[in-house]
Design a protein around this ligand. Structure first.
Ligand code: COA
Length: 399
């Protein structure tokens, strides 16, 4: 069988953050609750001229090297925070980046899970047509009500992956375990900017979903846990990985004896600084694991659990390809986070809670530090643009 997997991965998150220590003080709670209890330190805050499309374009741009632009046959855009009820966000990315016209573009939705559906379908596509490459993008702004329990988990970011035959980073194993059922733990009707959420229920159903998906993975001849060296869980907040590991250990029994908190520690590093990114969160976690793990992971297997409220869970595994370190963009990812600037509470509120549904004509002032931005709305049309590089250089130099 043709081996399919992830050939390249790139992440993007806005150039500004708000510290959770300050949010805790504003909410009158002990900062340790957010930093230790929830496991979050900073929340990435998008500027008013950023949205899921501009973040996605910024994540994709570094991947378009050599002949890749022409080889992309399909673009799958996964998101919970879509900007149009009809047109795929992927088409805006296709336009602003000038992708190959002979390619199909589609948007996937299922809360935080949809990128995994994209990865699985992309793998099957390239197993059938090994010359083609599939661009899978996940991009989200995780937004809850102000002063709600979920506010401290908010964040924003995007990840872009090239799925190809004979990948140079990760081989995706064909076995996977899935579990779906209809539950109202988190949902967002069309008129709402922030999700409705029953936080405690969402944790319970996440853990049930993980257990059931794991059992299904075992029934379908997935790897035993004894053959898995690292773990990466969907991470709405980093403490969730600890809860997920506990549930998996309970389901797997003695098979989990060789695993401990170090098995997923590196996958939490970026998420702790960015916050929840819904559909992108698992794959930003995967990027964090690969970028930050000092051990050589060549030939080792990673177990991944994807969860999207509502709900769908999927457990699958990948193995790390020899030479993967040369393909990683670790330096760029770390630099992206290191040069971010802190903002105060008033700016956070003004930016994070800018209405995403407003359709009035406007030209957005230049505030992003990214290369692509959401520049304007004109006659109900969203307009994206590449930023003047000289201007961007001076903005980033100030940071
Ligand atoms: N120091 C250290 N830890 C503290 C603390 C303190 N002063 N105060 C509380 N904590 C700990 C609690 O013990 C708890 O840890 P535990 O979960 O390991 O028991 C943790 O902080 C959270 O406290 P809790 O009271 O449960 O928080 P909450 O009721 O305010 O809300 C969520 C937590 C996750 C439910 C809420 O953030 C939410 O709704 N998030 C959005 C939905 C979501 O992310 N769901 C996940 C599945 S998809």
């Amino acid at each position: 069988m043709i081996v399919a997997g992830i050939d390249d991965i790139s992440i993007y998150s806005p150039g500004f953050f708000y510290p959770l220590e300050d949010l805790a003080r504003r909410h009158g709670v002990d900062p340790a609750k957010y930093i230790v209890g929830i496991g979050q330190e900073r929340m990435a805050v998008p500027t008013p001229d950023e949205d899921i499309v501009s973040m996605a374009a910024n994540a994709v741009a570094p991947l378009l090297v050599n002949e890749v632009r022409e080889e992309i046959s399909t673009v799958i855009f996964a998101t919970e925070s879509g900007i149009d009820q009809s047109k795929s966000a992927g088409l805006f990315v296709h336009g602003v980046l000038g992708l190959n016209p002979n390619c199909r573009v589609v948007e996937f939705k299922q809360a935080c899970y949809s990128a995994t559906a994209g990865i699985q379908l992309a793998s099957d596509l390239v197993r059938q047509r090994p010359k083609e490459k599939v661009l899978v993008i996940a991009s989200d702004i995780a937004r809850y009500e102000r002063n709600s329990e979920g506010e401290c988990t908010q964040g924003a970011g995007a990840v872009a992956m090239i799925v190809a035959a004979n990948p140079r980073l990760l081989e995706i194993h064909p076995q996977s375990g899935v579990f779906s059922f209809d539950v109202m733990d988190f949902w967002r009707p069309n008129h709402r900017e922030a999700a409705y959420v029953n936080g405690k229920l969402s944790i319970d159903v996440y853990l049930r979903s993980l257990t059931e998906a794991w059992l299904d993975f075992q029934r379908k001849d997935g790897l035993p846990l004894t053959s898995i060296d690292k773990l990466c869980f969907h991470q709405p907040f980093t403490k969730m990985s600890k809860k997920a590991f506990g549930a998996l250990r309970e389901a797997a029994g003695a098979e989990a004896d060789h695993l401990d908190e170090k098995s997923y520690a590196e996958s939490q590093i970026y998420g702790r600084q960015i916050g929840n990114t819904y559909s992108a969160s698992l794959y930003i976690g995967l990027s964090s694991l690969l970028d930050n793990c000092d051990e050589d992971l060549t030939g080792r297997s990673v177990g991944l659990f994807s969860y999207g409220s509502g709900s769908v869970g999927e457990f699958f595994s990948v193995s790390v390809v020899e030479g993967y370190r040369r393909r990683l963009r670790s330096h760029a990812h770390r630099a992206l986070l290191a040069r971010r600037r802190e903002i105060d509470y008033e700016t956070y509120v003004a930016w994070f809670y800018t209405s995403v549904k407003s359709t009035e004509d406007r030209i957005s002032p230049m505030q992003t530090t990214g290369r692509y931005r959401f520049a304007a709305i004109a006659e109900q049309r969203r307009i994206y643009a590449e930023v003047d590089c000289a201007r961007l250089g001076s903005l980033n130099a100030v940071a």
